[in-house]
Design a protein around this ligand. Structure first.
Ligand SMILES: C[S@@+](CC[C@H](N)C(=O)[O-])C[C@H]1O[C@@H](n2cnc3c(N)ncnc32)[C@H](O)[C@@H]1O
Length: 361
């Protein structure tokens, strides 16, 4: 967007959505120079121990790119080889360059972001990374555009296997539109796997207008229950929680403004599988996902050990049989659960395991 390029988002005359986008653009394009400039840890919450292949892939990313990383989670789903991945709000491109290695030369990663300054950093290092990875032609590109308007940015219907996003959806003034666009551009069976910040309740208008808290990925946070609602309205499977960690606002002034609201950085996975009648099933993991020969973890509730029968609800059965994991599972629909088989549990909400969301009273 030209106003973003020309002014870094400082233009005060634009209003509403554009004004909000302008402020975010200015924050990430001009105000912040490096990860250390952040005032809260929302956009830098570290995830649980990072697996070795991912650590190695991250090490290969140029420091100028990593220095401008503002993500809040690890957005690396399984079985990436050969996949077409879209990164919503790719920033300086750290995750794109990490995933570029994991999808391999036959896969492709597209990053989309609205902030020219961030895109410029990302694009500067395409040749560097391709040379480092030993690729003959680039498998990464960066597009300028809005995550609410992927069509205008040239992203076709059903063109992506996987969409990832790292600490960006909270910055969008129209989160439902983001989910609708993600749903449109995913292939059938595709997955939206993303890390973001969630709140313990619906935030007040006053908080949502706070410029720094919005830019720091706090006051735009969705109430986690609203994510469940929006995902269902758009047609996605119920969000499945992968990880969650509390976000701390180590700044007393900002913390006092936030009152009793609490925040987590969480990674959810949403699948594009057909809606409709669902039949529970018995499933068995074959152990053939690279690097996961012993067990496969779908979310906080389902870890499938190799060759062990597990009873799952109809939606999980759909996910395992329609997604890119279909070759890794045998799915026997309507089969009665034999004695001793783990019972299906459907709990996607942010509770229990994580010391988080109780709504402020
Ligand atoms: C917190 S940073 C995260 C960047 C990147 N994902 C990372 O992990 O380093 C948020 C990024 O999202 C971009 N962004 C925010 N809202 C956007 C929108 N509506 N459309 C496109 N990009 C957006 C910003 O320009 C910024 O680069």
């Amino acid at each position: 967007p030209s106003w973003c390029r020309q002014t870094g988002g400082e233009r005060g005359r634009v209003c509403g959505v554009e004004h909000q986008r302008g402020r975010v653009c200015g924050y990430y394009g001009k105000v912040l120079k490096k990860t250390v400039d952040l005032k809260t840890n929302a956009c830098m919450t570290p995830s649980s121990p990072v697996p070795l292949p991912i650590r190695q892939a991250l090490k290969m990313v140029h420091p100028d790119v990593s220095d401008k990383y503002y993500g809040c989670g690890l957005v690396v789903p399984e079985s990436l080889q050969g996949c077409r991945v879209l990164d919503l709000g790719s920033g300086s491109g750290r995750d794109c360059y990490m995933l570029s290695q994991l999808v391999g030369e036959k896969g492709y990663v597209t990053g989309i972001d609205m902030t020219e300054d961030q895109l410029e950093v990302a694009r500067t290092y395409v040749d560097y990374h391709m040379k480092e990875f030993g690729y003959k032609k680039p498998n990464v590109s960066f597009v300028q555009g809005y995550i609410e308007a992927l069509k205008e940015a040239g992203i076709e219907d059903g063109s992506c296997d996987i969409i990832i996003s790292n600490c960006v959806v909270n910055l969008s003034p129209d989160k439902k539109r983001v989910l609708e666009e993600a749903f449109r551009v995913l292939k059938d069976g595709g997955e939206f796997y993303f890390s973001d910040v969630y709140s313990s309740g619906r935030l007040t208008e006053e908080l949502r207008r706070h410029q720094v808290l919005w830019g720091e990925c706090i006051s735009g946070a969705l109430w986690w229950e609203d994510l469940l609602l929006l995902a269902g309205e758009v047609g996605f499977s119920a969000p499945r929680l992968v990880t969650a960690k509390p976000v701390t606002v180590d700044n007393s002034e900002l913390q006092s403004i936030l009152g009793d609201f609490r925040f987590v950085s969480a990674t959810y996975r949403l699948f594009k599988v057909p809606a409709g009648a669902r039949t529970p099933a018995l499933v068995m993991y074959e152990g053939n996902v690279a690097g996961l020969e012993e067990s496969f973890t779908l979310d906080t509730h389902y870890t499938f050990k190799v060759e062990e029968a597990v009873a799952v609800d109809g939606e999980v059965a759909e996910i395992l049989s329609r997604s890119r994991f279909s070759d890794a599972f045998t799915v026997q629909r309507g089969a009665p659960a034999p004695p001793g088989v783990a019972a299906p549990r459907v709990r996607t909400e942010l509770s229990g395991e994580v010391p988080v969301p109780s709504s402020p009273s």
